[in-house]
Design a protein around this ligand. Structure first.
Ligand code: RIB
Ligand code: CA
Length: 321
């Protein structure tokens, strides 16, 4: 028997499942050339403990019950915990989380797990960050050279030329821990940001969702079963039945970066005032010495256009195969 081909991508996921996170994990589980190495659970959509329990459940359902889940820090770095059960359901999975996994989370924290794996496999691992960046910031504090150990980071987060979704200005993953987002975005990771500007295009309408619901596939059945609260919320805000697949789009772009085009900009996170949690860039085409990003932080890559139709097709295929 020839050895299995080595995976093209080896991924650590930091996630707050959460409905769209669960979809993203199911999408990645169906990618033949992607190795999910480990999962870190984060606060955000739900408290960390609920996110960890849901990550175990989704991995079990995806046939990945050997993948470890490490629980992350229970609160943001410098603000009280705020969660979004009104979007994802009281159990984070639309009230249909189902029976708990028989597995337990690891003894180490999500930050410790990420640092350990990055040091063990220098230059090999991609981090997919689908939650507030608390665990990543804490991992940076443990290992300041983390940007050199990780191959790259793909992060769903931020909003630049569209409204936020927690405040008028701030997207949830940056709003739920602005200090962490600021620390990560200035740290020098090879980082690709997939903001609301892109994920707003990943709209799953009722016809698209029915194709998933009608599919005879375990992943599709589970994915459909957790949607009620999520679809109700998004339908109410958009005036038509459907929902936005933020994290699955970020996962699809991580798997195939040709789905998007990119701009490179320094990004900072506002930490004070009404716009706290907003992600800011200086898009001026000329260099000025004032009124922009106040330091020489490295730029990050920001997805600027996306082939959402192809991405949605791939998400559908992954869940219904
Ligand atoms: O703003 C959308 C992001 O916040 C997604 O990752 C969603 O799961 C929530 O965490
Ligand atoms: Ca998320």
């Amino acid at each position: 028997m020839p050895p299995a081909p080595s995976p093209r991508l080896s991924v650590v996921i930091d996630t707050d499942p959460g409905v769209d996170d669960a979809w993203a994990i199911l999408f990645l589980a169906a990618q033949p050339d992607v190795e999910i190495v480990a999962v870190g659970a984060a606060h955000g959509n739900v408290p960390t403990a609920v996110a960890a329990a849901n990550a175990l459940r989704v991995l079990d359902i995806a046939g990945l019950d050997h993948i470890p889940v490490a629980a992350g820090h229970p609160t943001p770095l410098q603000q009280p915990l705020r969660t979004s059960e009104f979007v994802h359901g009281v159990d984070g999975l639309g009230g249909n989380a189902g029976p708990a996994s028989l597995r337990r989370t690891s003894q180490e924290s999500a930050a410790e797990q990420l640092v350990r794996l990055a040091r063990q496999r220098p230059g090999e691992l991609t981090l997919l960050a689908l939650a507030p960046l608390t665990n990543i910031a804490l991992a940076l504090r443990i290992e300041p050279n983390l940007p050199r150990y990780l191959r790259r980071v793909v992060c769903m987060g931020g909003a630049f030329r569209v409204p936020g979704n927690v405040t008028a200005w701030a997207e949830a993953n940056s709003a739920h821990d602005p200090e962490a987002a600021e620390e990560v975005l200035r740290a020098g990771f090879d980082l690709t940001l997939v903001p609301l500007d892109m994920t707003d295009h990943a709209w799953a309408d009722d016809i698209w969702l029915k194709r998933i619901a009608d599919a005879d596939a375990p992943a599709a059945r589970f994915a459909s079963s957790v949607l009620d609260t999520y679809v109700a919320l998004y339908s109410s805000t958009r005036g038509t039945v459907g929902c936005v697949l933020h994290d699955p789009l970020a996962a699809a772009i991580m798997v195939d970066e040709s789905l998007a085009t990119y701009e490179e900009h320094q990004v900072m996170v506002e930490l004070a005032g009404h716009t706290r949690g907003a992600t800011l860039l200086d898009a001026r085409k000329f260099t000025v010495s004032h009124g922009g990003i106040p330091d020489q932080r490295p730029p990050v890559r920001i997805a600027a256009t996306v082939d959402a139709v192809t991405a949605m097709d791939r998400i559908h295929h992954a869940l219904t195969a």
